[in-house]
Design a binder for this molecule. Structure first.
Ligand SMILES: *Cc1c(COP(=O)(O)O)cnc(C)c1O
Length: 366
């Protein structure tokens, strides 16, 4: 698999730079529990994102659980987009919430405000809404937040793909009552495993910090907590990688232009962006004409050891363990069958991207 081309390739810092940090961490003997490096990463991320009330944690799934907990949504009804990675849904289920599936807009693939309005009409007790800035593209925040205000529901954005995207001049992580991000190794910015929650008040940040570490300080227990702490080693990885993020985004933007040009004559749909978005170019999603074309493209690329990913398949409404909450989401179900994300990462050679586009074009055009 040495020369395999995968959908992404994890950025790895210079070993020497990382090992200088590791030496200091080893010498201190302080490996976790709100240490110096976690605090330094929180401060660096707050500055980079312009989000002062941010906490880091051990992954994006627990980030979602912390946000749901702090928004008071445990056990309540939560409206969730049907087109996303499974972790968006699993966090809801682990919190004992009841999911109400909401379909996506066929042009944007983000949560459809019309479909959310219908969900509110059928389920007036929806207490929280969880849309996803899929592929780092911005949801229609104006429409979604107006609906949430009208129905007194909390708005939590899964911004796992949105690191480095800005919308209307602000980080996409700055929207909603809470936003979460994943810092998993497959994401644009990572700490191997990790994540963050962005809140908007000192009190909310304090609540998140407590809940992240068992809900107590010393012998005083304030609230139900969990262990969602990030270690000092993971924080150091993030601090090594953060300065490289602008370069990574620029390289991905350049590869987007290569794919765009090479695929110009191929009838593929791409999710529409939003006015006011400065995109992070994290993914290159293409919607194929049908499932058969997808299988042909997949097979002909696999034969050359090139492996795009079906981000995201299957649609969440079809999972076996959510059938009691079934609610048809035809757009999500259709898109999930035809969507492929092409290989994309800073170090991908432009000629490989052109070759992938040529193979794809040949299969689609027949
Ligand atoms: C990656 C991802 C998550 C989960 O993040 P982890 O850090 O892997 O737990 C949640 N939602 C979406 C949309 C993701 O892509």
């Amino acid at each position: 698999m040495d020369d395999a081309v995968l959908v992404t390739r994890t950025s790895v810092p210079e070993f020497a730079a990382f090992s200088v940090m590791l030496q200091e961490i080893f010498a201190s003997g302080w490996l976790t529990n709100d240490g110096k490096w976690v605090r330094q990463l929180e401060s660096a991320l707050s500055d980079y994102l312009g989000c002062p009330q941010l906490i880091v944690c051990n992954n994006g799934t627990t980030a979602l659980m912390l946000a749901l907990h702090c928004a008071g949504l445990r056990g309540k009804k939560v409206a969730v987009t049907a087109y996303t990675y499974v972790a968006t849904l699993s966090a809801i289920l682990w919190m004992g919430c009841t999911p109400v599936f909401v379909d996506v807009d066929p042009q944007t693939l983000r949560m459809s405000p019309d479909s959310l309005a219908r969900a509110f009409a059928n389920h007036p007790d929806i207490a929280g809404v969880l849309p996803v800035h899929i592929y780092g593209l911005a949801c229609d925040d104006q429409a979604l937040s107006a609906l949430c205000r009208e129905h007194h529901a909390a708005l939590i954005y899964d911004a796992a793909h949105a690191f480095g995207s800005t919308y209307q001049g602000r980080s996409l992580l700055d929207f909603g009552d809470y936003s979460i991000c994943s810092f998993h190794a497959t994401k644009l910015f990572h700490t191997v495993e990790g994540g963050c929650v962005v809140a908007h008040s000192e009190q909310a940040r304090e609540k998140l910090t407590l809940a992240r570490a068992f809900g107590h300080r010393g012998d005083t227990h304030y609230t139900l907590g969990i262990n969602a702490k990030m270690s000092e080693l993971h924080a150091a990885m993030g601090l090594c990688l953060l300065p490289r993020i602008a370069t990574e985004i620029a390289q991905r933007r350049a590869l987007h232009a290569v794919y765009d040009e090479a695929l110009a004559g191929v009838p593929l749909l791409r999710p529409r962006s939003a006015a006011g978005l400065d995109w992070n170019y994290a993914y290159y999603p293409v919607l194929l004409p049908d499932g058969a074309a997808l299988k042909r493209v997949f097979a002909s690329l696999a034969a050359e050891n090139i492996h795009p990913r079906r981000y995201f398949y299957p649609a969440l409404t079809t999972l076996p363990y959510v059938q009691q909450w079934q609610r048809p989401c035809p757009v999500a179900e259709d898109v999930a069958r035809r969507m492929l994300c092409l290989p994309l990462y800073g170090g991908l050679p432009a000629q490989t991207a052109r070759h992938i586009a040529a193979v794809l074009g040949a299969q689609v055009l027949g």
